[in-house]
Design a protein around this ligand. Sequence first.
Ligand code: NAD
Length: 354
Amino acid sequence: MASFEYNGNPSRVIFGSGTLSMLAAELARLEVCTPLFLSTPEQQGPTLELAKSLGARADHLFAEATMHTPLHITEKALGVANTCGVDSFVSLGGGSTIGLGKALSVRTGLVHICIPTTYAGSEMTPILGETVNGLKTTRRDPAILPTTVIYDVDLTLTLPAMMSATSGINAIAHAVEALYAANKNPIVSVLALEGIRPLARSLPTLVSSPSDISARKDALFGAWLCGFCLGSVDMALHHKLCHTLGGSFNLPHAETHTIILPHALAYNAPAIPEAMQKLAEVLPDSDGDAIKGLNVLLERLGVRTALKDFGLTEEDVTKAAEIALSKPYPNPRTLEMASIQELIRRAWVGEKAR
Ligand code: NAD
């Protein structure tokens, strides 16, 4: 085994079904009592219900969380937090709401309890992406990491089938890139494979039976491990392309990850034989070929596979390749303009990765 460095991210996790009931005890444990509850407009109902169950005032809910954490929303929420005199934040939702919770807690130093309801994994990372004047910048700081994460499988039952599928592939993408990260290590690699395994098994079940609680448990547990991978090691080409397509062309987050993953993996495959072999072992019906395993999984999920379906134009393909290669970053295979352009073109048309 090669020498390696490992830095553990300190966070407390509560996992299970019905665990939302432990929020009151967790607030008491952290010696806070007046949180500002955060949600998207779509999840305002369940978040308000939660706030009321804890005796919070209705104005202690800020339900304007939105994708890419725009600064003006964070500043508006900060104003509400100051007016209400809150001592903590509780974010209930996917990566968008958790991003707002991180933006607020890192600015104020207040406790942040996260209650994730998708598989995106932001709750496990000390990473925050924020948008100012349409430009998204990302930073990493241990202070961004949430104080406590409460995973309640029951809250994922309402995640629609297609969102479950694409969000689950978003999670798998974190673990895939962890297997060949420049700073990969054996601990994170084990967690990556053990994160992919339950997700690959449960996602097809969730598409046909979104309320299958056993499959929901598997998927959320897998998402936790995959999110941990994202927060622990550096990501490469796949995440760079998705960041570019989301940030500069406004493509939807989980759907973009789903389309790009097999193409980015196929690009890197010649440089990562060991990772490809391990990946093939945890993808059902791969027959020893990780790309085949991924293609089989995407087919079973019935997800969309062409970026052009989400508004990317043919001219954008070259622009996206240029932006994605404008700054150097570690990747197992050398990044060549023509090949990356071809990768994005194939994903744009919806061709199968090979
Ligand atoms: P999201 O948080 O934007 O949620 C998408 C929609 O689904 C929202 O309307 C939300 O209210 C709704 N939703 C969420 N959970 C639901 C549920 N259980 N039932 C019904 N509806 C539900 O989507 P996302 O993919 O979770 O997050 C994407 C954002 O998170 C992006 O901005 C991305 O950059 C960020 N992100 C950041 C990190 C990080 O480490 N910083 C990691 C992953 C994602």
